[in-house]
Design a protein around this ligand. Structure first.
Ligand code: MG
Length: 380
């Protein structure tokens, strides 16, 4: 383990990530139950060698970022970034200057949306930066690259650049001052340091050290698939509406319960919560709570979807079976699927609803009640 000079990690998460097409900036998207920002910061806080961690975020996201990092017990200074990555890093460097960070300390700059950097990469960057003054994570190029006038380039001399990029603090400040003086805007810190005559060493990156830029990147990295099951029964009584899958079904009886007693949606919610090991609907919406008297179960389903999202999960697919002798349900199934899909925010083809009888056997067969079971996957 590196045990040398003062070290700081500067994590830049200034972007709004418009290429993701997501409603939140990509650093706040979840992968496997944690935000990308938290995962990235943990790569550095977990090393135990960084004396300072500075995170830059868009002004509007400062509070959310602080909450996430504090919640995860990551001691970071969270600052507003600038218009460009270069402005953001410059803000962070001035912050380090203002707080007495030593000139011969090491500063590693990391993309805030690169959450899978290996410990070995961080350590190699630290060691080489200490020895040579500048070192950047990179991997040998696997693509054949062609220069528009020079033809095919010698692949053995080509590297794909990643982060972290490490620099002696005084060198990095000098490079930024020179860039500011000349009005030069670079794509990364290495480019600025080269302008003042220092060619960074190559440290060992890994192919998995990707920068999450597009929805496909996120899909590639979404690791976990979980399965949950749910089961529910409600009694059929006179004087109640029969609601199944959010659809009111004409029948002489309805299901008895504290809420609207939508047995199918209850089984589904329990499957979703079960997959995330978050208990069941009884725990989330206690029937002792008058707030849920007569509650629309579709609203509860929307809440369950939210709770899952808060824990970094979304529904993959669901398959449900209603067990019921009467009434016949086939004609209502398309509408149930469609309503459930809309509330959860998934395509209809991921929601399956089936109905069966029990050949007049048991409590469902005699018409005393209706049962439902559900199986679903959730993806983290
Ligand atoms: Mg129930």
């Amino acid at each position: 383990m590196y045990n040398g000079k003062y070290a700081a990690a500067v994590i830049t998460a200034g972007g709004t990530g418009t290429r993701m097409g997501a409603p939140v900036p990509k650093q706040f998207l979840y992968v496997g139950g944690k935000t990308i920002l938290q995962r990235t910061a943990e790569r550095f806080s977990g090393q135990g060698v960084f004396d300072r961690i500075v995170v830059t975020l868009p002004e509007a996201q400062l509070e959310e970022g602080r909450d996430i990092l504090n919640g995860a017990g990551i001691p970071a200074d969270v600052l507003a970034g600038g218009k460009s990555r270069q402005d953001s890093v410059w803000n962070a460097l001035r912050h380090l200057q203002g707080s007495g960070f030593p000139e011969d300390g090491l500063v590693l700059v990391q993309d805030g949306v690169r959450p899978y950097t290996e410990d070995s990469t961080i350590e190699d960057v630290l060691r080489k930066t200490e020895k040579f003054g500048a070192a950047i994570a990179a991997i040998p190029s696997v693509s054949t690259v062609r220069h528009i006038t020079d033809g095919t380039l010698d692949r053995s001399k080509l590297y794909s650049v990643q982060t972290p990029q490490g620099f002696r603090f005084s060198l990095l400040v000098r490079a930024f001052e020179a860039a500011a003086r000349d009005g030069f805007l670079g794509t990364d810190e290495a480019g600025l340091v080269e302008r003042v005559g220092v060619l960074p060493e190559i440290a060992a990156g890994t192919p998995s050290n990707i920068k999450i830029t597009t929805p496909e990147d996120l899909q590639k990295m979404s690791g976990e698939i979980r399965i949950g099951t749910g089961f529910d029964v409600h009694r059929l009584v006179e004087g109640r509406k029969l609601i199944l899958g959010g659809v009111e079904i004409p029948y002489e009886k309805g299901l008895l319960g504290h809420s609207d007693a939508d047995v199918l949606v209850h089984a589904l919610m329990d499957a979703m919560l079960g997959a995330a090991a978050l208990g069941d609907i009884g725990k989330l919406f206690p029937d002792s709570d008058p707030a849920y008297a007569g509650a629309d179960s579709m609203k509860l389903l929307a809440r369950v979807t939210e709770v899952l999202a808060e824990h970094g999960f979304r529904l993959g697919n669901a398959d449900m079976t209603v067990i019921c002798q009467r009434p016949k349900l086939a004609a209502h199934i398309p509408e149930m699927r469609s309503r459930i899909a809309v509330v959860i925010g998934v395509p209809e083809e991921r929601i399956s609803v089936k109905a069966t009888t029990t050949e007049k056997l048991g409590f469902t067969g005699s018409g005393e009640g209706i049962a439902a079971e559900a199986v679903c996957t959730i993806v983290g």
